[in-house]
Design a protein around this ligand. Structure first.
Ligand SMILES: Cc1cc2nc3c(=O)[nH]c(=O)nc-3n(C[C@H](O)[C@H](O)[C@H](O)COP(=O)(O)O)c2cc1C
Length: 190
């Protein structure tokens, strides 16, 4: 158990591939958060084994769904890092959000995400995954999360990033990410 001041930030990556560039944006955010305070802890949500949302199997919730919801509910904040697939939210991430949007028990108003502090960042091609960013903003608001009002970092991936799988962020993108980490730290640490 950490000290009372410790805060846990759960990262969700919209890409499941190991060398994900979006995951690298998150890892850069972890580094920046660590520079702000040793009390800010991050970890990635493991959700690749979630079943497809299907109301036939919603109650009782499958074990994987229960585990993912417990991870989310144990977090002080959720930060999503996602690419855009065909100008939208990647299916695996949308499926995860769909499970997280549903009642914990039949007839309940409670969900794992309602009221939870959330934020997102997106890395995509020249359009900086702007369609996914717009959809995430709507979806997180619709889910009644406490979406932090800030500029959500959008990173432009180029040929170098795509061919090497090594993320290079511009100065402006790094500054935007640093600003996001500061805003989150302020909300969490007061
Ligand atoms: C199914 C699919 C659809 C894609 N559609 C888009 C798109 O609409 N816009 C975009 O900027 N990039 C698109 N891309 C390219 C992604 O930006 C690129 O693969 C990126 O590296 C994925 O993020 P990751 O590195 O975190 O896995 C798409 C990739 C895939 C696999």
């Amino acid at each position: 158990m950490g000290a009372k001041a410790d805060k846990n930030i759960l990262f969700i990556c919209g890409s499941l591939r190991a060398p994900s560039l979006n995951r690298q944006v998150g890892n850069a955010a972890t580094h920046m958060l660590g520079e702000i305070s040793a009390h800010l802890h991050t970890r990635w949500l493991d959700y690749a084994d979630l079943p497809y949302m299907n109301q036939d199997i919603e109650f009782p919730a499958p074990a994987t769904v229960k585990r993912v919801r417990a991870d989310v509910m144990a977090a002080d904040a959720v930060w999503i890092f996602s690419p855009e697939y065909n100008q939208g939210i990647p299916g695996v991430l949308k499926n995860c959000l769909d499970w997280l949007s549903r009642p914990l028990e039949p007839g309940s108003d409670d969900t794992a995400m309602k009221g939870r502090l959330t934020m997102f960042s997106c890395a995509g091609g020249g359009g900086k995954a702007r369609y996914c960013a717009a959809r995430l903003e709507e979806t997180l608001a619709f889910m009644q999360t406490d979406l932090i009002e800030t500029t959500h970092t959008q990173v432009a991936l180029d040929r170098h990033d795509y061919t090497t799988n090594e993320l290079v962020m511009s100065e402006a993108e790094q500054e935007a990410l640093r600003t996001q980490t500061r805003i989150l730290a302020d909300r969490l640490l007061g």
